[in-house]
Design a protein around this ligand. Structure first.
Ligand code: NAD
Ligand code: ZN
Length: 404
């Protein structure tokens, strides 16, 4: 077994200034659509790197849910500029795109298909090292071995997974998270909660990931709702909590909440919206806890989580019910619906959600099949059959009790 994290992690107020001490000649900064520029963080990063004596070039406008084409354009820019540092800054989207650009920059003959072979990335760091600076509090891609790239021709999100792409340096500076709009706080925060819970019950959990997962859950319980309501000290703390959850799941992997979120996310895009990753996780997590609890080891682990965060309860079953009730209350506090039927185009709860019932039922067998085939299913504590996955997804559509 292997446990891998970035070599250095700079955190706390002013952590961004760590860039001043970087050693190198040329840095390529990869950013998204403009929030880093608008709030002045990009200018700061440029001036710190210049202070370190580096020549700096920008690759801007990486779109949310980055495409294969963006990755290839970024890699071309790197091949021209020849950076020895890649500095990715922003949410999960620009950082994930930069990770894939890095692979192509180091191995120009590597195709996107090659990159998607799980744990099949050749040795990197022959041309450049990689620093990730996160501005959202959820994906934790600044510390993980993953990158999610979308092939829009196929309409499918592909995970690239290899410890080679775990960044060399992570910068977790709370100032960058303070500018997040409220909805992004809610969704990315519940994504982090799901990472920690799934990592704790994953079949790949170990002594090194357990403490990270538990402490992340405790912090998210203490911080997320207040952060959502504008408490900036809690917002800062959430930035660390999500990073701990990332350290756990990068090494312990995830489970079927993520499998289902990945495969439902864009499945109804023709009806005008995506089911946002964190919102999908928040809706499905309570259902999956009930389903996985039929597995004795998983049940014991969920009960341990409930105990650790002091939810009360005297038996394993009571603990699990209290954990489920607690997570549902978080959804209410964060204005996230409980099921797809009530998920509005704008992601808020509504009587008439954007996914029509007949369309959901028609696509259900295919979505269930894809979810079973998702990379996250293998480490889930209970392996669902096609029939069980369809039933589970139905419970996620109607918000009905999982009793199988
Ligand atoms: N690599 C991983 O381990 C991993 C894990 C989970 C999800 N993902 C992927 O990450 C992507 C989602 O990333 P994300 O949730 O961080 O969002 P994002 O990077 O897609 O950003 C969402 C929006 O928020 C804006 N934004 C970002 N930071 C901001 C800030 N501080 N202030 C104001 N606006 C800000 C962005 O400009 C963008 O418009 C998806 O593609 C998802 O599949 C990756
Ligand atoms: Zn996630």
């Amino acid at each position: 077994m292997r446990f891998t994290l970035p070599r250095d992690l700079y955190h706390g107020e002013g952590a961004l200034e760590a860039l001043k001490s970087f050693k190198g000649k040329k840095a390529m900064i990869v950013v998204g659509g403009g929030s880093m520029k608008r709030f002045g963080f990009l200018d700061k990063a440029i001036s710190y790197l210049k202070e370190a004596g580096m020549e700096v070039e920008l690759f801007e406008n990486v779109e949310p849910d980055p495409s294969v084409e963006t990755v290839m354009r970024g890699a071309d820019a790197m091949l021209k500029f020849c950076p020895d540092w890649i500095i990715a800054m922003g949410g999960g989207s620009p950082i994930d795109a930069a990770k894939a650009m890095w692979i192509k920059y180091e191995y120009p003959d590597c195709t996107f298909e090659d990159m998607c072979k799980v744990f099949g990335i050749p040795e990197l760091r022959k041309k450049a090292r990689f620093c990730a600076i996160s501005s959202t509090s959820g994906t934790a891609t600044e510390v993980t071995a993953f990158s999610i790239i979308t092939d829009y021709a196929k309409g499918i999100k592909y995970p690239i997974a290899d410890f080679e792409i775990t960044p060399d340096v992570a910068i977790v500076d709370p100032a960058l998270a303070e500018t997040m709009p409220q909805k992004l706080v809610a969704h990315t925060g519940m994504d982090a909660m799901t990472h920690a819970v799934e990592a704790y019950v994953s079949t790949a959990n170990c002594d090194f990931t357990d403490p990270l997962a538990l402490h992340a859950i405790k912090m998210i319980k203490a911080d997320l709702v207040d952060s959502y309501n504008g408490d900036m000290a809690k917002r800062d703390s959430m930035h660390n909590a999500q990073c701990l959850a990332g350290m756990a799941f990068s090494n312990a992997l995830l489970g079927i909440v993520h499998s289902m979120a990945h495969k439902t996310g864009a499945a109804f895009a023709d009806y005008g919206a995506h089911i946002i990753h964190g919102a999908a996780n928040a809706m499905y997590l309570p259902k999956v806890i009930k389903f996985n609890s039929k597995d004795e080891t998983a049940a014991k682990r969920y009960a341990e989580i409930a105990d650790f965060i002091q939810l009360g309860g005297n038996t394993t079953q009571e603990n699990i019910e209290l954990l489920i009730a607690y997570l549902r209350k978080m959804n209410d506090d964060l204005n996230i619906p409980h099921c797809i039927k009530n998920y509005g185009k704008d992601s808020y709860p509504t009587e008439e959600g954007f996914v029509p019932e007949n369309v959901f039922l028609e696509r259900l067998p295919e979505i269930a099949k894809n979810a079973i085939g998702d990379a996250c299913t293998g480490s889930n504590p209970r392996q669902p059959s096609q029939e069980e996955m369809e039933k589970l997804l139905k419970c996620c559509y109607y918000d009905t009790e999982v009793d199988f």
